[in-house]
Design a protein around this ligand. Structure first.
Ligand code: PTJ
Length: 237
């Protein structure tokens, strides 16, 4: 089903052709993880929700794969956090930016940025550096699902906290991000919304603690161990 959504995204001009390769890689890692939300991903999701709730200016990045796979889910998360969605493409074309922005608005998004970038992220080649003030450019916490390593590092260099959603626990993005959710975006974003709702109903100290106690390197080691355990269990069957 997810593969069909991404293929349809390419046909509609929403997803890049390279997005198909990213989808294939994601499917492979999801298979290795057992196509489930693991305990380490749960822990990362709670810390990510806490970071987003504590943020002064959270911002959510949307690319062609995210728009094909989870547009409704991203719009709902943005509403719960009262955060803007920003279309931010690696293989940028103005036409694709507009199609994705239109799709998000059609799904009910209140604030969609990215069509009129007015700033650049230092350290990236021009088209890939484009960002918007009031969105990713001056956000303190940015959610980057299915993102490449250079962009993740460039945002961190600006002093931002970066939350990645990436099924590959060995990717540069996952290793560098402040919080890496090693889970399928289809499961991760609804879980993130649920956690954000739960945390917003308890004292703020709970969110503070979730952030303070979080250790991304430990979570990534656990994700790799979860893959090994899952594969080991396959051989025992
Ligand atoms: O729309 P654009 O032009 O911005 O391009 C978007 C892609 C995704 C093509 C671009 O950012 C890219 O090339 O990304 P990468 O370097 O292929 O990284 C994508 C990462 O997302 C890989 O580590 C995949 O394993 C992971 N991934 C793929 N599908 C999913 C996923 N992670 C979570 N959920 C998925 N469904």
């Amino acid at each position: 089903m997810a593969r069909e959504r991404v293929a349809e995204g390419v046909k509609q001009g929403i997803t890049s052709i390279q997005g198909l390769i990213a989808q294939g890689r994601g499917e492979c890692f999801d298979y290795l993880l057992g196509e489930r939300t693991t305990p380490s991903a749960e822990a990362a999701t709670k810390a990510a929700a806490a970071l987003l709730l504590l943020a002064k200016r959270p911002s959510l990045s949307v690319n062609g794969n995210v728009a094909a796979l989870a547009p409704d889910e991203m719009v709902e998360l943005a509403a719960v956090l009262n955060a803007p969605l920003e279309v931010n493409l690696f293989h940028r074309s103005e036409e694709r930016v507009k199609k994705i922005a239109d799709l998000l608005r059609q799904k009910g998004a209140r604030k969609v940025l990215g069509e009129h970038p007015d700033a650049t992220v230092p350290g990236l080649e021009h088209a890939r550096a484009l960002a918007t003030r009031g969105g990713i450019y001056d956000a303190d916490v940015v959610l980057i699902p299915l993102e490449d390593g250079d962009r993740c590092e460039a945002l961190l260099s600006m002093g931002k906290k970066v939350i990645a959603i990436d099924l590959n626990p060995l990717s540069r993005t996952a290793k560098k991000a402040t919080v890496s959710i090693v889970d399928n975006i289809l499961r991760a974003v609804p879980n993130l919304t649920k956690q954000a709702r739960l945390l917003s109903e308890v004292p703020i100290a709970e969110a503070d603690r979730a952030v303070r106690e979080y250790d991304n390197e430990r979570v990534l080691r656990e994700a790799v161990q979860e893959i090994q355990d899952h594969l080991g269990a396959q051989f025992l069957e």
